[in-house]
Design a protein around this ligand. Structure first.
Ligand SMILES: O=C(O)CCC(=O)C(=O)O
Ligand SMILES: [Fe+2]
Length: 313
């Protein structure tokens, strides 16, 4: 349904699913929680006991700032969490490093696990590893409940559960002074995403209406991505990839800190000799190759950050 101005209506909706991971299994608060989460395309998951997000939160608030703090330009020890706009794809590799988007408020920092120790401050590299391990545990716990034989997991999921997988920690800083959408409509490309967000602004598309997904303290949001949707489409347990966006963040005149978020993305291996691409599973006949993964990923990313397209497929 649309408003008179043609904008999709935004409504609050209760009843999103919440789970806890214990001994490798997901326990949902609602009895049919798992099936509803697969249908919603996301759920909240309690952060493991003792989770420390201080390095990630600090990086999210600082990576885009000039390396030298104008308040103390001669400081002997510059802040190791600032000045990351200098790390661009030319210094690293494709899709890695700092990106200032034109059509969105977000400026971002992408980094795959192979670079974490070299580029991230040590405490952040450790947090990234903990988030990756947690994301892979969540992914295994979900796969165990799907209509997919365990013997096929590695091939079916592009070796994403192993060190061959593509594991990326990405930061978003929403610049309120930029007159643009916050982050364009998209589906995450891969298997699961573990999202840290502390501010409102995220919305999901459900039957053509936008619904806010507000942060719940002590939880992460887990999104299912395109790879999971493609794999399970013809099975008894189809998983939806959630289409989502971040709405424009208005300037607050310095009254509140800028919105940030960061997420650990689990994707397939980009090595074609390890992973030929994205498969669909058909009970009875097995895995069927649907598309290469590298080009699929390039298309989703390119289409997300252009003015006139969306990051769907
Ligand atoms: O900022 C958010 O809440 C969501 C970010 C997101 O969807 C993404 O980075 O893929
Ligand atoms: Fe996303």
């Amino acid at each position: 349904m649309s408003t008179a101005a043609g904008h999709p209506r935004t409504t609050a909706l209760q009843g999103w699913q919440l789970a806890e991971l214990c001994d490798g299994e997901l326990y949902f608060t609602a009895e049919d929680g798992l099936l509803r989460a697969l249908n919603d395309g996301f759920f909240y998951v309690r952060q493991p006991a003792g989770t420390d997000l201080s390095a990630g939160d600090r990086f999210a608030r600082s990576f885009y700032l000039p390396a030298e703090d104008p308040a103390s330009p001669t400081a002997e020890h510059p802040d190791p969490y600032r000045g990351f706009h200098r790390w661009t794809a030319e210094h690293l590799s494709r899709h890695q490093g700092y990106f200032r988007r034109d059509a969105d408020q977000t400026e971002q920092f992408f980094l795959e696990s192979a670079w974490w120790d070299q580029i991230y401050p040590a405490a952040l590299a450790r947090q990234a590893e903990r988030m990756r391990d947690f994301a892979l545990d969540v992914q295994r716990a979900v796969l165990a409940r799907l209509d997919l034989p365990r013997a096929l997991w590695d091939k079916a999921t592009g070796h994403s559960l192993t060190p061959h997988g593509t594991h990326t920690l990405t930061f978003n800083h929403f610049r309120p002074e930029v007159a643009a959408r916050g982050l364009n409509i998209h589906k995450d490309s891969g298997w699961v995403t573990v999202l840290r967000s502390t501010e409102r602004g995220l919305e999901v598309d459900r039957d053509g209406e936008w619904h806010p997904i507000d942060p719940v303290p002590g939880t992460f949001i887990v999104n299912f991505g395109c790879a999971m949707e493609i794999l399970t489409r013809r099975t008894a347990t189809p998983v939806a990839a959630v289409a989502h966006r971040v709405v424009r963040q208005p300037p607050s005149g310095g009254a509140k800190p800028d919105r940030f978020s960061y997420a650990l993305f689990v994707d397939s291996s980009l090595d074609e000799s390890v992973c030929p691409g994205l498969f669909a599973y058909e009970p009875g006949s097995g895995l069927h190759l649907q598309s290469g993964f590298g080009t699929f990923l390039n298309n989703i990313l390119d289409n997300t950050y252009r003015e006139d397209t969306s990051g769907l497929y």
